[in-house]
Design a protein around this ligand. Structure first.
Ligand SMILES: Nc1ncnc2c1ncn2[C@@H]1O[C@H](COP(=O)(O)OP(=O)(O)O)[C@@H](O)[C@H]1O
Ligand SMILES: [Mg+2]
Length: 356
C-alpha cells in the first residue's frame, strides 16, 4: 500500500500529507492550495481515516489526539514541549491499577495512590504525564517542602519591597499542571487543612495573606501518593482519635487506588529490560527471593521489605561485574536491622545460590 502523494508544484513525493511540505517549501497554506488545485487531495485516505479514529483536533493551536493509556482512553497533546513534562520510560510496566489512575487524571478526579514503598506510585503518575504530554509538578510532603514553599510566603525583592511569592500549590493550580503530592501520610496538619478546600470539586484556594482567590485551571489535577491510608498505619482509617479527622480528609479524594508490587513475571521483565546483560534465569530467582521476603514481611517475620527499587540497585551493581554476595551486602543487607539480615541472606542463598 503506498501512502505517498505527489506535490503538483515540484513533483516531490510526500508520505501521508502534503501540508508540511507546502508550508516549508512553497510557503502555501492549505486553503490557498485548495483553491488552486481543487482536484488534488492534501492527505491520503488512510491518513484522514486515522485522524478521525484518533479524534485529532486542534485546540489553542495544539493538536490533541486520543490514545490508550493502560487501556484507558486519554486525550494527549502532540509535540508540546515543557520543562515539567516527564521523560517517557520505555521500560515502564503498565498494570491494571494504572488504568484507574489514568481514568482519574483524564476525568479530573482527585486520586490517592497508596501501597508499599518502591512499587512505582510516583513513577506511574510521571509516566502518565509523559504519555499524554502534560506537565507534572512533584512535591514531597515529608518535610522536604516547607509550608511556605507550598502555599507562598512574603519576601523582600531586589527593590526592597515586601512582596508575596505564590507557592507550588497556587502555581500548579493556575498553570494547569498535574500536582503530585508525594508521601502525604507524612505531611504537616497545616498542609492538610489547606488542601481540604482545594479538594472540593472545582475547589478554589484562598490565599489569606493577600486576600486572593485562586481558581483552578481546567487542566489542574491533584494526585497524592502514600504508603498507608491512615496517618501512620493501614488501620488508621478506622481508629479513633485524630484518625477520624483523617478519614474526613481522605473522604474528599474521589478515587483511592492500591498499588502493589508487580507480579513476579512482570517484575523480572522490568529487571531484564533495564539490565539486558544479566542472565534472565538469575533475575527470576532474585524476584522469587523478593516474593518470599515480602510474604515474610506481611507475616511480620521481617521488619523491612525488599522493594523493586532495591532489586534494581542490586542489578546495577551486578551488571558492573560485582559478585553477588558483595552487591547484596551493600545494596540490601547493610540497610536492614541485624534481625532481618540473616533471613534475607538465607532467602537469597536458597533461591539464587546455584545460579549466582
Ligand atoms: N511498574 C513499574 N515499571 C517500571 N519501573 C518501576 C515500576 N514500579 C517501580 N518501578 C521502579 O522502581 C523504582 C521505585 O519507583 P517509585 O515510583 O519511586 O516507587 P514509589 O513511589 O511507590 O515509592 C523506580 O526506579 C521505578 O522506575
Ligand atoms: Mg514515591
Amino acid at each position: 500500500m503506498t501512502e505517498q502523494l505527489q506535490c503538483p508544484l515540484c513533483a516531490q513525493s510526500e508520505a501521508f500529507t502534503l501540508i508540511p511540505h507546502l508550508r516549508a517549501e512553497h510557503k502555501i497554506e492549505p486553503d490557498v492550495f485548495r483553491q488552486r488545485f481543487p482536484e488534488q487531495p492534501l492527505a491520503t485516505a488512510a491518513f484522514i481515516e486515522s485522524l478521525a479514529r484518533h479524534d485529532v483536533c486542534k485546540r489553542d493551536d495544539v493538536l490533541h489526539y486520543q490514545l490508550s493509556v493502560a487501556g484507558c482512553p486519554m486525550i494527549a497533546r502532540f509535540g508540546v514541549e515543557h520543562p515539567l513534562i516527564p521523560e517517557p520510560d520505555p521500560t515502564f510496566v503498565w498494570t491494571e491499577p494504572a488504568r484507574d489512575v489514568a481514568e482519574a487524571i483524564e476525568h479530573n478526579e482527585r486520586v490517592f495512590l497508596y501501597g508499599p514503598s518502591g512499587t512505582g506510585k510516583s513513577s506511574l503518575v510521571r509516566q502518565i504525564g509523559a504519555t499524554v504530554k502534560r506537565p507534572v509538578r512533584r512535591v514531597s510532603l515529608n518535610g522536604e517542602t516547607s509550608v511556605a514553599d507550598f502555599i507562598g510566603h512574603w519576601t523582600v525583592n531586589a527593590d526592597r519591597q515586601t512582596v508575596f511569592v505564590a507557592g507550588l500549590l497556587p502555581q500548579a493550580m493556575q498553570a494547569g499542571h498535574i500536582l503530585q503530592l508525594d508521601e502525604v501520610d507524612a505531611m504537616q496538619p497545616e498542609v492538610g487543612f489547606i488542601l481540604q478546600q482545594v479538594l472540593e470539586p472545582g475547589g478554589h484556594l484562598l490565599l489569606t495573606d493577600i486576600g486572593e482567590d485562586i481558581a483552578p485551571h481546567p487542566d489542574f489535577r491533584l494526585v497524592a501518593t502514600a504508603n498507608t491510608l491512615g496517618f501512620g498505619s493501614d488501620s488508621g482509617l478506622y481508629a479513633s482519635g485524630t484518625n477520624v479527622l483523617n478519614f474526613s480528609w481522605l473522604d474528599r479524594w474521589d478515587v483511592v487506588v492500591h498499588i502493589d508490587y508487580l507480579p513476579a513475571d512482570q517484575e523480572a521483565g522490568l529487571l531484564h529490560a533495564r539490565h539486558r546483560t544479566l542472565d534472565p534465569a538469575l533475575l527470576k530467582c532474585m524476584v522469587a527471593a523478593a516474593g518470599d521476603l515480602r510474604k515474610a514481611h506481611a507475616a511480620e517475620e521481617l521488619t523491612t521489605v525488599l522493594t523493586t527499587r532495591r532489586l534494581l540497585a542490586l542489578c546495577a551493581r551486578l551488571e558492573r561485574g560485582n559478585n553477588f554476595g558483595r552487591a547484596l551486602g551493600v545494596c540490601v543487607l547493610n540497610k536492614v536491622p541485624d534481625e532481618d539480615r540473616k533471613v534475607i541472606a538465607e532467602t537469597f542463598d536458597h533461591h539464587v545460590g546455584p545460579s549466582a
